[in-house]
Ligand binder design. Sequence first.
Ligand code: DGL
Length: 274
Amino acid sequence: MVSVVLLFTQLAVKMKNMKIGLFDSGIGGLTVLRAIREKFPNVDLVYLGDTARVPYGNKSPQTVVRYSFECADFLLFQDINLLVVACNTASSYALEELKKALSIPVVGVIEPGVKSALRTTSRGRVGVIGTMATIKSGSHKKLLEEYGVIVFQKACPLFVPLVEEGIIEGEIAKKVVEYYLQELKEVDIDTLILGCTHYPLLKPLIEDFIGEKVKVVDSAESTAREIEPLVSDQGSSELELYFTDHSQNMNFLIEFILGKPTEHKLVAPICNLR
Ligand code: DGL
């Protein structure tokens, strides 16, 4: 009898739709969502962009951890069975605590980004760009150095506001890219990690400036690969997008990243859930 019950429980778990929750401070994490959706077209996805409180990258570690737990709580309430922290800043500071506290698997974007660079680098000279907080945490650097890679870091705090404003091409964006990346151009790197999920939106400008000898990598595809063992591509392909505030450019950016207009809902900024 016991074994029959057990069998049914296991079957029920297997039959349960795969529903992956992702969160980021804003729209950047949609670059990760896009890669996951491409690889697993049938799973259900629910995304939370904390646009009321973006950017996370200049907040204290304690605040980033608190916001991350609040986002995770909201997603858990949506009955997800896997959480992807689609934000390098949150992954740098909150991943380990989330893993300990949650009863579902939690995956971040730092390790996938690093793996992607390790697969790409030819001479072991890697640049990392990210938010102030991510760069300060040294999360990519520490991992890369374990593999003997020489790492050059640069925080680019204006990139996130630029992207959230929808300024992803043109003179202003170009000048900001030049301003931050000039010093990385002078240290002979062969690979550059986009250590923030917003930055793939600036990739064409970054590639143009840094030059074709440098391979520019991000964590999106690599994160999709990373979760493969945890995902059964079974679900109803539902996509739910939530944001904690409206922004003027949201529709444009969602369409730009996901390729078509996608409905989204607003949720009040989540506070004190824990
Ligand atoms: N997309 C977030 C990241 O990957 C941006 C953080 C921010 O809001 O500053 O770090």
